[in-house]
Unconditional design. Sequence first.
Length: 160
Amino acid sequence: MYLYRQAISYKMTFKQKIHTHYTLLVQDRIDVFRDMISGLTEDSKNDAKGSAGDKHETALSMMHIEQEKLNRKLAEVLDQKGVLEKINPEISAETISLGSLVKANGIYLYLSLALPKINMEGINIIALSPQAPLGNKLMGNKVGFTFEINGTTYLVETVE
């Protein structure tokens, strides 16, 4: 898989590489949650075969609660995947919208979801949700837009 990821990155634009990286990150999270849920399911089946009594019932109950938590987290990450799937990284628009890669004061912002900061080709990229205060402020604006956060004035330099 790593070689595949590396091979496709040579043919992509910077924005496509960022989008692909975040898509793979979200897919990795989905896989982890599914593995954890599967492991708990298997553990509860094995426990059910040879145990009885209050301790056993408590253990099964705890596993069930943990499974419900993991299922909720999985649902959240699947929703994130759905948002990323709506973004076409090949499209660039003059107006900032979902999927835009914005450069402001040398900082790259990817309007998609609130995801971890990444480093791509030596450049830090911050993924943020359009619903976040900064994302909301950027939405609908263009190159040349200025905004202030915590006393610092920012200028939108580029929009992809």
